[in-house]
Design a protein around this ligand. Structure first.
Ligand code: BV8
Length: 222
């Protein structure tokens, strides 16, 4: 069976990482548009680097939970495409070998002058030169609001080929990810939503499994 899974911030909540929704659109006391948008970065790059340095530190200190580990097991039994909106690396650290980071990764940096991407250092700053062109124009390799998500072609194909689509720990507020269930369903997939509560797109799913991911995902996988 071909399974496509989309995860959101909720799968990392029990690992102690803040979700977008729980903080009413505030992340670590910052307004989202000030820290997760190109305008915000142009306005105050030092603030945005500080915000991501803090999240990079928190993510490095976090431990994958039973939900991340269960998805790593799922890939051993089925043809699984794992897509995440998350920028942490908890799926990889739980043993998932192939993870599609559609919103980028805290552990990657990008130079806006020469487009080099490389493994981000734990702390980034505006005066840090690009290792290739030495320009002081580096940013987190993360997809901000208003920017094109990564790997969409591969994602659309995985949604069209899926027999089963599952969304885990996502509020269905952020597009195009919020439209994935509809796209999969239109192509014949059975859709299941695993979440603590209803999301903005619960109506797009056939089944709803309610509860904390660290309990519901292992039960669903095993
Ligand atoms: C784009 C990186 C063009 C940054 C992020 C259509 C309509 C309206 C708006 C738009 C639209 N199309 C585009 C837009 C604009 C915008 C958008 O969607 N805005 C929203 C706010 C209205 N989208 C974009 O700009 C995207 N780009 O669209 O380009 C395009 C158009 C079409 C097709 C192709 C291209 C780019 C969006 C990417 C933004 N970057 N992340 C960073 O992380 O710092 S998004 C950011 O929000 C994070 O990735 C995070 O994952 C996400 C929040 O969503 P969730 O993951 O769902 O997290 P959230 O906190 O919201 O919810 C947590 C859920 O978990 C909850 O449901 C909760 O109940 C549950 N939960 C909590 N604890 C648990 C749990 N569940 C289980 N167990 C638990 N223990």
């Amino acid at each position: 069976m071909r399974i496509t899974v989309l995860t959101g911030a909720g799968i990392s909540a029990e690992s102690g990482l803040a979700t977008f929704r729980a903080s009413d659109g505030l992340w670590e006391n910052h307004r989202i548009e000030d820290v997760a948008s190109p305008d915000g970065f142009a306005r105050d790059p030092a603030l945005v680097h500080q915000f991501y340095n803090e999240r990079r530190k928190n993510a490095a200190a976090a431990v994958p939970n039973a939900a991340h580990q269960a998805l790593a097991r799922l890939a051993e039994r089925h043809d699984l495409t794992l897509i995440t909106q998350n920028v942490d690396d908890l799926h990889e650290r739980a043993g998932s070998a192939k993870v599609i980071h559609m919103h980028g990764s805290l552990n990657r940096a990008r130079c806006t002058s020469c487009n080099l991407t490389w493994a981000a250092p734990p702390q980034m700053s505006v005066d840090m030169p690009c290792p290739a062109c030495a320009a002081r124009t580096i940013r987190p390799d993360i997809v901000w609001f208003g920017e094109m998500p990564f790997h969409l072609e591969q994602i659309w194909v995985a949604l069209e080929q899926a027999d089963l689509f599952a969304a885990i720990g996502t509020s269905g507020n952020v597009y195009p990810a919020a439209g994935f269930a509809q796209h999969a369903a239109r192509n014949g997939a059975h859709c299941v939503e695993l979440n603590l509560q209803d999301s903005a797109t619960s109506r797009d799913f056939d089944d709803h499994i309610r509860g904390p991911a660290s309990l519901t995902v292992p039960a669903w996988v095993d």
